[in-house]
Design a protein around this ligand. Structure first.
Ligand code: G6P
Length: 607
């Protein structure tokens, strides 16, 4: 849940570290710090709050000389977001500084042991044990100290380490937390995410779990956990620098909403050939497909809601039962999973701790795991039996938008592929494929046709709470719409299956209560209209979301959001667009920090 960055080279390190931390701020933003080596000493600057405070404190890095350093932006887990708990942490002898992303599960026992040996702790963090272990195991060889320290740690960690005895060197260690090396000219880097590297270099090395790296101005050496040098492939990043910048938009979220036609197109188009769906990366035989008795989808947050939405389409077209489980629940429920289960794991970051744990749990029980992931080379992408990438590009805003719609697009592609291969659906495959190809166009239209959303946001932004109702695919999108609203605008928002209202929740409907009614699924449209009439009879103000020109809804509701008249099987991915925009403009009215909502982080690498 934190971001780490490191640089060693010929330029001033502090400005580079600060720039990298700004790019990683989405991962955590309650405190930050850098440590830079200067004249064989380690200079540390830390602040509470955002990176901007660290920039101020260090005069944008100018006040911190030195060309080798490490940095950290934090989302507090162990200990409050104070300056003391902010990273980097220093060893008692001042020789080592450490930044850490992840959780050290056995830190209590280690802390007691180290205190017993006379080490003094300055913070409440789990991380601090690492730096004292480094001091304890250092006898003139940093690599050896790193190996011995890593050996003692249980949990997940990406570490950046500097040692005053080795000026010009930075070390990076990876175990179950993301870490990427950047290979530059006259300088090398590490970071939690490529977004912090692309402005310096496109040449990267993905570290695997258990590996560590030694970086100097002109060399990058990767070792296995025993210290044996490894030969690693240098990969080329094809994201451009602008992809990780705001590009003139006020917020990353708005930019990412607007990027959805392109992102969905990039995800769908390469998988379509001669009117059919093909996934080069999914080498699954017809025989294996026929063995699948059940599909289990697991994920967290919006990725889970993408699963809830995709379930309807998979079941409709493939006729295999689909269960969608929250990863945080699945991992602890002794799940009924066997070799006839296909597990679909969905994760934008590929690093969500609960999702990783659920994946491992199900694989152990014999299931094959198919991962839908955005971040190339991430942990989930590496663990899964099959990985299908969403080509959304970097997503920076904490609230996902293009991550969600590209995940749903992949689920649609899989549904059509499986249906085609198993011969399970009544609909014509070429027609379904043609409908998939039109989705980017319809998403663009959904963006264009809802120019009244800022006015609607002005009307609804002061509401005490909002209800989102819908049935079937509309219900799944209501769940995601409500999540978007609460996470960025801080309004209480609750999604209900429309048919369930009368079993309790309708008691909350009183005069002027806003109800957002999703009506984009023709098979349940009449039923939802009845629910609109019921809540209106109790005083609700209804904002309906439906197809353009749907007169029945237009005469039943008070305000409208529209989507174009697309194939209803895949309409859900279009339907979320106006709700993303409504959440965005409502949050703007409420003057919220849209890209970095309070208490949240984009990549949830802790349980
Ligand atoms: C966080 C993000 C959400 C995301 C969820 C799962 O809560 O804010 O946008 O849906 O994590 O993340 P993942 O990377 O696994 O999709």
């Amino acid at each position: 849940m934190c971001g780490i960055v490191g640089y060693t080279g010929v330029q001033g390190a502090a400005p580079i570290l600060l720039e990298g931390l700004r790019k990683l701020e989405y991962r955590g933003y309650d405190s930050a710090g850098i440590a830079v080596m200067y004249d064989c000493r380690i200079l540390v600057s830390k602040v509470t709050g955002r990176i901007v405070n660290l920039c101020e404190k260090t005069q944008n890095g100018a006040a911190v000389p030195g060309t080798t350093g490490i940095g950290h932006t934090r989302w507090a887990t162990h200990g409050a977001p104070t300056e003391k708990n902010a990273h980097p942490h220093l060893s008692n002898d001042g020789r080592f500084a450490v930044v850490h992303n992840g959780i050290i599960e056995n830190y209590r026992a280690l802390r007691e042991e180290l205190i017993g040996k006379g080490y003094v702790f300055e913070s409440e963090t789990d991380t601090e044990v690492i730096v004292h272990l480094m001091e304890m195991y250092y006898h003139g060889d940093v690599k050896e100290a790193l190996i011995r320290t890593s050996d003692r740690l249980h949990g997940s960690y990406a570490l950046g380490v500097i040692c005053s005895e080795e000026p010009g060197k930075i070390y990076a260690v990876r175990e179950a937390s993301p870490l990427i090396l950047g290979v530059g000219i006259q300088g090398n880097y590490f970071a939690s995410d490529v977004t912090a590297l692309v402005s310096h270099t496109r040449n990267v090395i993905y570290l695997d779990d258990g590996e560590f790296a030694e970086l100097s101005e002109n060399s990058v050496t990767v070792y296995d956990c025993l210290g044996k040098p490894l030969s690693k492939k240098i990969a080329r990043i094809n994201w451009d620098v602008q992809a990780a910048e705001k590009g003139g938009y006020e917020h990353f979220m708005l930019k990412e909403i607007m990027e959805q036609p392109g992102a969905v197109k990039a995800t769908i188009t390469p998988r379509i050939r001669d009117g059919r769906v093909h996934f080069e990366e999914l080498q699954i035989s017809d025989e294996e497909l026929r063995q699948i008795r059940r599909i289990v989808i697991t994920a967290c947050g919006s990725a889970y809601y993408a699963g809830c939405s995709g379930k309807y389409v998979l079941e409709k077209l493939v006729r295999i039962p689909v269960d969608v489980e929250l990863a945080s629940e699945l991992r602890y429920k002794d799940p009924l999973i066997d070799e006839h289960t296909l597990l679909i794991v969905i994760s934008q970051s590929g690093e969500t701790a609960d999702t990783i744990a659920a994946l491992k749990e199900c694989q152990q029980r014999g299931a094959k795991a198919l991962a839908i992931v955005n971040v190339v080379g991430s942990t989930i992408a590496q663990l899964a039996d099959y990985t299908v990438y969403t080509w959304a590009g970097p997503e920076i805003a904490v609230a996902t938008t293009k991550g969600f719609t590209t995940q749903l697009s992949v689920l649609y592609l899989l549904a059509v592929l499986f249906a085609d291969r198993l011969g399970t659906c009544e609909e014509s495959i070429p027609e379904l494929v043609s409908a998939l190809q039109k989705l980017p166009m319809y998403i663009q239209q959904a963006i264009d046709m809802n120019h009244r959303i800022p006015q609607l946001a002005e009307k609804y932004h002061g509401s005490r709470s909002l209800f989102f109702i819908g049935r079937n695919t509309d219900y799944a999108i209501a769940l995601e719409g409500a999540l978007k609203m609460k996470e960025i605008s801080y309004l209480h928002a609750e999604a209900y299956a429309a048919g369930e209202l009368k079993h309790g929740t309708i008691a909350l409907i009183e005069d002027h209560q806003p109800v957002i009614a999703l009506c984009c699924n023709p098979s349940v449209m009449e039923k939802t209209i009845n629910n609109i009439i019921e809540v209106k009879a109790r005083g609700a103000e209804v904002l309906a979301l439906t197809f353009r020109n749907n007169q029945k809804i237009i005469s039943a509701a008070d305000d409208f959001l529209f989507i174009p008249n697309a194939n209803p099987v895949f309409a859900a991915v279009i339907e979320i667009i106006p709700l993303q925009l409504l959440a965005y403009y409502t949050a703007k009215e409420n003057k919220c920090d849209i890209d970095k909502p309070r208490n949240l982080a984009k990549s949830v690498t802790v349980e």
